[in-house]
Design a protein around this ligand. Structure first.
Ligand SMILES: [Zn+2]
Length: 485
């Protein structure tokens, strides 16, 4: 049987977080914060005779993305009209870029599940304006043009992605970079970041390109991964059964978890691109590029490498922490407050994430939880100094997560400090052995696993606060002592 591989390219549309639209002074507003068609003007409504003006801030943000994706920035770029007719496009054309995009020939490095890395080439990054928004109600379509003219960046990869997992890794990395750069919130549920994979399959080792399909309007990275996986399987099954993949635009049915045909393409779309006559060619000077490069923040890969180098973290832990800038910041704040880096990383990726998941809170919200970085650092230190044991630390973390507060004060107020006093623990151990003669006899007859049971009994007597190491040692000693009884 032939083994197949996927050939996937990803087109990503990212709204740029500017104050005003791409070619007019209208504010960029959230779809939920303004009544429909209230943030519009003659320019973004496409009235005849009006002239667009390029938003310099949008160009700067786009430039930042191009540089972060290791692209070449050509000395000039040019806007072009992309003509098509659709009710959400008031002018009858969209101002985009075609022959001369803002940035070209970059790459993005992704981490693969087997621990290796791979570069996915970026073909181009270009500026354009967003369209309006259609809402379909009872057989009618309502048009809201508040979004028309919002600056949009289109980021197009080469077809270097070979599986649904790689598509997901690419999407996560790109989203993280856009968020680090402060150009896009990454909130896919609000439509500010939209991903469209085009997918074909071919026998492994072949260099052919078979008919591809394109999936539109995926509203989460999870949907992207599932839709790719489903579509790859569907196409393989078609080829294997002697069928043909039909070139088409597909949608993703979230309920049934299947791709569905929206439109069959008989031929390539003809958008009749031509240079936008109302806008000048945009020159990008070498100085502007260098200014942009100098203004780039530390990006996820560089931060991951620094965390490994400076804090001795594993690549995996460092990658998990830097995936969200807010988590990376929280981690560093806790380390600065005196927490041991490895322990802090363990608590964040373990207990803290577990609490946040239980609450349904996104990781990017970590800065808002009641457990402050300083409190976590203090908790970690209390464990390391032996003041409290791990099980008390877990309970305490839960309390701090829910109510906030100072771990040291809580340990004192609630008497949570660990008991390592051998005299105190020795008495409890003796009492437990006396109370469980059958288990003691079985242990002495060779059932060593009963030691765990006995430790558990002592810990219960001590309400979890005993030093487990001391308990284990005392138990073993006293059990040996009873051997001759
Ligand atoms: Zn406007």
């Amino acid at each position: 049987m032939t083994a197949y591989e996927a050939v996937i390219g990803l087109e990503v549309h990212a709204e740029l977080q500017t104050a005003s639209k791409m070619f007019c002074g209208c504010a960029v507003v959230d779809s939920t914060s303004a009544a429909p068609n209230t943030v519009v003007c003659p320019v973004c409504l496409g009235m005849p005779g009006v002239l667009p003006v390029i938003n310099q801030r949008a160009v700067e943000l786009g430039l930042r993305v191009g540089l972060a994706l290791n692209c070449t920035i050509p000395p000039f770029n040019q806007f072009a009209r992309k003509s098509y007719f659709y009710p959400d496009l008031p002018k009858g054309y969209q101002i985009s870029q075609y022959d001369y995009p803002l940035a070209i020939q970059g790459w993005l490095e992704i981490d693969l599940p087997d621990g290796s890395t791979k570069r996915v080439r970026i073909r181009r990054v270009h500026l354009e304006e967003d369209t309006g928004k259609l809402t379909h109600v009872d057989g009618s379509s309502l048009v809201d043009l508040n979004r028309a003219g919002v600056p949009l960046l289109e980021i197009v990869s080469e077809a270097d992605i070979r599986s649904a997992e790689e598509a997901e890794a690419y999407a996560r990395k790109l989203r993280a970079i856009l968020r680090y750069l402060g150009v896009n919130s990454g909130d896919m549920s609000k439509g500010v970041l939209r991903m469209e994979p085009n997918i074909s399959v071919r026998p492994v080792g072949s260099s052919e390109f078979r008919t591809r399909t394109e999936i539109k309007n995926l509203n989460s990275i999870r949907s992207l991964a599932r839709a790719c996986a489903y579509e790859i399987e569907r196409q393989i099954a078609l080829w294997e059964s002697g069928g043909q993949v039909q070139q088409a635009t597909l949608g993703w049915d979230e309920v049934r978890q299947v791709t569905v045909v929206q439109r069959v393409k008989e031929s390539a779309d003809d958008y009749r691109y031509f240079p936008e006559p109302d806008l000048p060619v945009l020159e990008i000077s070498a100085e502007w590029v260098e200014e942009g490069r100098a203004a780039l923040p530390e990006l996820p890969d560089a931060k991951r490498d620094r965390f490994m180098r400076d804090y001795g973290l594993s690549r995996y832990d460092a990658s998990v922490l830097v995936a969200e800038q807010a988590v990376a910041d929280y981690f560093e704040a806790a380390v600065k407050a005196g927490g041991d880096p490895k322990q802090v990383a363990n608590y964040i990726t373990g207990e803290v994430f577990r609490q946040m998941n239980a609450e349904g809170r996104d990781r990017e919200d970590i800065g808002a939880i009641k457990l402050t970085p300083a409190a976590l650092a203090s908790l970690v230190t209390l464990v390391q100094q032996g003041t409290i044991n791990h099980s008390v630390a877990r309970q305490l973390l839960e309390t701090l997560y829910q109510q906030g507060g100072d771990p040291r004060a809580l340990v004192e107020a609630q008497g949570l400090a660990q008991v390592s006093d051998e005299a105190v623990l020795g008495e409890v151990v003796a009492r437990v052995l006396d109370a469980n003669p059958a288990e003691v006899a079985r242990y002495l007859a060779g059932e060593e696993k009963l030691l765990k049971f006995l430790i558990g009994q002592v810990m219960r007597e001590m309400r979890g606060k005993a030093d487990a190491q001391v308990v284990t040692r005392l138990l073993t000693e006293q059990l040996q002592g009873r051997r001759g009884d």
